[in-house]
Write a protein that binds this ligand. Structure first.
Ligand SMILES: Nc1ncnc2c1ncn2[C@@H]1O[C@H](COP(=O)(O)OP(=O)(O)O)[C@@H](O)[C@H]1O
Ligand SMILES: [Mg+2]
Length: 408
């Protein structure tokens, strides 16, 4: 995938003389805190390097004050970067003159904020068409584009309503529709869903992902909520004190946190809502339906597991036979599997783990099947639970390493 937005060595310092002593100190490695105390300048972004691929939802996540808004505002120069560069395609945004900058903002970017200010005395259609009016598009073209954008966010039929007649969630949709109406390449979304109730918020996340599937915009999405970040992001960037701690897929962040800060964050996440079956799938011990008890015990022993899956001639799962049941049957002189086969559920690779926890109660491995229902592996409850516990251990290890490193 090609790079759409390339942010290189970006620094933003707030204060009277941002590129003076404060920048020198920052480049010499002094912390945000030291720089504030000695120069009165505030470090907003500290040496950020990010490549956002075309068509991805790139999420910047961090606590309040970590520099997320400053970073996103440097992309369209609502904040003037102190050092470094921002490229969109082959355009050096940092080098645009005021006129070209204005055209760039209008034509290439759309912004959505947490509290979206709609014009109270204009109907929804005019609110959404606002950006098109600025672009000089005639009234028919504007209305058509506005209606199309409203349909995308599920608000067809509300064109003639006024903002006060809409709920907070719906107003936020209008904000998103306004940003989409001008058909920009890049959407900049700064805590766009943060003020919404959890249920509405999830709906909006789902819709954003659906819109993304349809339109393939490049989206820079900011949130202070790691669950939201991991849910909507194709990649997630974790920031603290203006600096980037880690950039990776949601799975990278969850399974392979690179700093103790990230690891600590990850502990509070319900990983089962993010990780899918594919990440924990293992090879299954498999026998066909005509296999004997001895066959089952052989594959179980070969793989060192506790149960084997039985499949039909098309490779579809029929159930499992446990080691315990097979050994008992052998001791009793039984050769056929028959009643030893216990039914288990089948899931697909893209199922989130939270949806299969209730299948773990039996302790039996859950069958994983492909689109044609054929067995491609299994999920073993105990191993999954161990995997989910592993991140806490990583966190403790990184924490311990840090303390060791700082000891004299
Ligand atoms: N206009 C400004 N003037 C001075 N300091 C600012 C300004 N905007 C942001 N900051 C400071 O920059 C840092 C990053 O802020 P911000 O980007 O708003 O964080 P976030 O969006 O992650 O909450 C904070 O320390 C904040 O106080
Ligand atoms: Mg912010």
């Amino acid at each position: 995938m090609s790079t759409k937005v390339k942010i290189s060595n970006l620094v933003k310092i707030f204060g009277d003389e941002p590129d003076g002593e404060a920048l020198t100190l920052l480049q010499a490695g002094y912390s945000k805190d030291v720089i504030r105390k000695s120069t009165g300048h505030v470090v907003g972004v500290n040496d950020a390097n990010i490549n956002v691929s075309e068509g991805e939802i790139f999420v910047v996540m961090g606590l309040s004050g970590s520099g997320k808004s400053t970073l996103i505002r440097c992309v369209n120069r609502l904040h003037e970067p102190t050092a470094g560069s921002v490229f969109v395609d082959s355009t050096d945004v940092t080098a645009l003159d005021p006129k070209k900058l204005q055209a760039f903002r209008r034509d290439s970017t759309g912004m959505v904020f947490q509290h979206f200010a709609l014009f109270p005395h204009q109907d929804i259609r005019s609110n959404v068409a606002f950006g098109l009016k600025v672009k000089g598009i005639d009234v028919d073209g504007r209305n058509e584009a506005a209606e199309r954008a409203l349909a995308l966010v599920g608000l067809s039929g509300y064109e003639s309503s006024f903002p006060r007649q809409l709920s907070g969630g719906m107003q936020q949709r209008v904000g998103l529709a306004r940003a989409l109406a001008t058909d920009p390449d890049i959407l900049l979304m700064d805590e766009a869903f943060s003020a919404l109730d959890p249920l509405i918020r999830r709906q909006m996340q789902d819709e954003l992902m659906a819109i993304q599937d349809q339109l393939h915009k490049t989206i820079l999405f900011i949130t202070h909520d790691l669950n939201e970040a991991l849910r909507v992001g194709s990649r997630v960037c974790i920031m603290k004190d203006g600096a980037i701690h880690q950039i990776g897929t949601p799975e990278d962040i969850l399974m392979r946190p690179e700093t103790d800060y990230v690891a600590e964050f990850v502990q509070d996440v319900d990983q089962g809502r993010v990780l899918v079956v594919d990440t924990v799938r293992e090879d299954a011990a498999v026998v066909d339906e005509n296999a004997s008890v001895a066959d089952v015990l052989r594959v179980i022993n070969d793989l060192g597991v506790d149960a084997a899956h039985v499949t039909d001639p098309n490779g579809r799962p029929l159930g499992v036979v446990t080691r315990e049941a097979a050994e008992k049957a052998r001791a009793g002189g039984t050769r056929e599997l028959g009643t030893l086969v216990q039914t288990v559920s089948a899931v697909t690779n893209d199922t989130i783990l939270a949806k299969i926890y209730q299948l773990f109660g039996s302790g039996l491995p859950v069958a994983v099947v492909d689109g044609d229902g054929r067995l491609i592996g299994c999920v073993r409850p105990l191993e999954v639970l161990a995997e989910l516990g592993r991140v806490e251990n990583i966190s403790e290890e990184l924490e311990a390493a840090k303390h060791q490193g700082t000891q004299p």
